[in-house]
Design a protein around this ligand. Structure first.
Ligand code: COD
Length: 302
């Protein structure tokens, strides 16, 4: 059965876990709380890498029990990133998670050939959103890794997202290729890319999904808006996956959902040897926890 929300995701992770999770930069109380909670729920065995004294001080200040968590000392972010990437490259952990280190630096290190984490696939970000008013996850990709993807990269971004969503039990996700409008305009690059990708989907370049685009965001997710726009087909009004034109759009849509309408996101980078949990530094521990659960689910079905 498809996993539709974070409660179901946590239950599912408990069934498939525990998986070994290396966290890059643990001297932050929301990170420590997420690691502790995941350990107690039994779906993660966490190794926290970073300044050990800093981690212990934060734990003490916020009354967080470190029982069951392994701490590995590294004096700075550079060493921390190197250490977690090595742990994953050597197969000693199943999931990599960003703690306090920068996303860009962690990704750059993971992409280096020496890291042995590349698989030949494109790495891309998939966000699973609980959006008020929706009874299922809405997935958005790629608001985190590929800055201005080409059509070829968008195809891989779409394939990665469909794979993630399949692993959460959605058999044939509906994929909307977003642009400003569904009316084709030769002046809007996102429309043209979406058109090319829809045609590629029609020709069988992607399996196990229904794909349509270009679609405006409202036409993609609202049956009423789709009706008014005269948009037909299985995707319009009912999309599960939104493929955004670039990282800025994806990031802003994500933040509109989380800040303006109080939606919640679990985020993951997929395409490497292990999934990377990328939650933002401002995220509360509940969000880091569900993102970790998503990483565990993907690691378990790899
Ligand atoms: N998947 C697979 N391989 C890749 C990818 C990818 N997405 N990106 C680059 N590579 C390969 C290249 O082919 C090359 O071999 C090597 O990695 C290095 O490529 P560069 O020089 O382009 O890599 P970087 O380190 O300069 O940039 C890669 C990043 C992922 C760091 C960059 O794209 C980036 O900064 N993205 C935004 C990340 C971010 O800050 N997100 C936060 C916003 S929420």
């Amino acid at each position: 059965m498809a996993i539709r929300n974070f409660d179901e995701l946590l239950i599912a992770a408990q069934k498939v876990g525990p998986k070994r999770v290396a966290i890059a930069g643990g001297a932050e109380h929301e990170v420590l709380m997420a690691a502790q909670e995941a350990t107690k729920l039994g779906f993660a065995e966490c190794v926290l890498v970073g300044d050990e004294r800093g981690m212990r001080e934060k734990a003490e200040k916020h009354n967080i029990d470190l029982q069951g968590l392994r701490l590995l000392h590294e004096k700075d972010d550079k060493g921390t990133i190197r250490r977690v990437v090595n742990l994953a490259g050597e197969g000693l952990v199943d999931v990599l998670m960003k703690g306090t280190v920068s996303t860009g630096k962690l990704l750059s290190a993971a992409l280096s050939r020496e890291a042995r984490l590349r698989t030949g696939q494109l790495l891309s970000h998939v966000g699973a959103f609980e959006v008020p008013g929706y009874d299922r996850f809405i997935f958005i990709t790629d608001g985190g890794v590929n800055i201005k993807p080409t059509v070829d990269q968008k195809l891989q971004i779409m394939i990665n997202a469909v794979d993630v969503v399949h692993r959460l039990g959605v058999k044939e996700p509906r994929v909307a290729l977003l642009a400003a409008t569904e009316l084709l305009s030769p002046h809007i690059p996102a429309c043209l890319d979406a058109l090319a990708l829809s045609k590629m989907a029609e020709q069988g370049w992607i399996e196990g999904a229904q794909v349509d685009g270009p679609l405006a965001l409202d036409t993609a997710v609202s049956p009423e808006a789709a009706k008014l726009a005269g948009a037909k087909g299985p995707v319009a009004g009912q999309a599960d996956i939104l493929v955004v034109p670039d990282v800025d759009t994806g990031n802003m849509v994500a933040k509109v959902i989380t800040f303006f309408v109080r939606g919640r996101m679990a985020g993951i980078v997929t395409g490497a040897k292990v999934p990377f949990v990328i939650s933002s530094r401002a995220d509360l521990h509940e969000i880091k926890l569900v993102s970790m659960a998503l990483g565990v689910m993907l690691a378990a079905s790899a």
